[in-house]
Design a protein around this ligand. Structure first.
Ligand code: VAH
Length: 315
């Protein structure tokens, strides 16, 4: 059957690249980009775009009625740092946006739904190293709380109503095409821009703050591999742990110096994002993703760094 895919939150860091990849696979007209503002990236104007606010259930209903989607990706969210500046909006957008989509996906018999979670679902008492799929999860950011609650709702809609909803706990995502959206891991993007522009960067996370990260190319490929996997291979209906490469700002700076020898990295003190980072794991065990749908990252730190710098120089 012809796929008709709706991507809600298509202008974001993930949505920008996911829409491009999905259109490459299924064709422009089979992928409808939806957001509350027009795309400012190189998506062909002819390809379908709709203004949608995911908090307006009637608006989403109109789009589902118009396009009768076979797949829906819901990417709209407030991330960890911006969420702490506006906790109630973060909860409202991240939670009610999801519940609107889950309900309408049932009503319109959407075949598959995708919703991103995050390693932000882990908290201060979660294991820090090689953090397992199932363990203590006590997130202390609104973003993490909303993602943990959202995972529970996804599993509920799957088990109670049979909705085929799939999810991945993304680590910090690093990309060059679209601006990051207010996350705690965004230092690992800004550092590349500043290294090329000024040869220096001041990190808002401390030198020894090790966090799980991933290159966007890996994240997009893994997401589509998950969505393409047969339903009976999916054993995790909350959200899959997902791992790329973990590093600290200091280790990243050393890798950048292999390309920009005089690059200097300094550190800011008392940035509120440090507390958020301190509550997250240093590394993630993603063996369920490897076992269930053959996940394997392709970008290590050297390859990620080279690709970021090469593409930013050209863009
Ligand atoms: C954030 N980039 O920093 C996101 C991500 C694991 C972090 O979820 O909020």
């Amino acid at each position: 059957m012809q796929e008709k895919i709706i991507v809600l939150g298509s202008n974001g860091q993930i949505g920008t690249e996911l829409v491009t990849m999905l259109r490459k696979i299924y064709g422009d007209d089979h992928v409808v980009a939806c957001d509350i503002r027009r795309p400012d990236y190189d998506i062909k104007n002819s390809a379908p775009f709709e203004f949608v606010n995911v908090l307006d259930k009637e608006m989403i209903n109109g789009i589902f009625k118009k396009y009768k989607p076979t797949q829906v990706y819901l990417l709209a969210a407030l991330l960890s740092a911006t969420g702490e500046q506006n906790p109630k909006l973060a909860w409202d957008l991240n939670m009610n946006g999801l519940l609107n989509v889950l309900d309408l996906a049932l009503e319109y018999q959407v075949a598959k739904v995708y919703w991103p979670s995050s390693i932000a679902v882990f908290g201060p008492n979660s294991p820090k190293d090689n953090t397992s799929q199932y363990c203590v999860m006590d997130p202390n950011t609104v973003y993490g709380i909303s993602k943990l609650a959202g995972e529970r709702w996804c599993e509920y809609y799957n088990q109670k109503y049979g909705l085929d909803v799939r999810s991945i706990r993304y680590p910090g995502l690093i990309s060059w095409k679209a601006a990051p959206g207010g996350g705690t891991t965004d230092y690992a993007i800004h550092i590349f821009h500043e290294a090329l522009k000024k040869g220096s960067y001041q990190s808002f996370l401390s030198a020894e703050t090790e966090l799980p990260m991933m290159y966007m190319d890996d994240a997009i490929r893994g997401t589509i591999e998950l969505m393409d996997a047969p339903a009976d291979q999916i054993s995790v209906r909350s959200s899959y742990n997902f791992s790329g490469v973990s590093f600290t700002p200091e280790v990243l700076a050393a890798e950048i110096r292999k390309h920009i020898p005089n690059f200097t990295l300094t550190y800011a003190d008392n940035d509120p994002r440090q507390q958020i980072a301190n509550s997250w794991p240093r590394s993630i065990d993603d063996h369920f993703a490897a076992k269930d749908w053959g996940w394997k990252p392709e970008f290590d730190l050297a390859k990620l760094t080279a690709d970021m710098l090469n593409n930013l120089k050209k863009s």
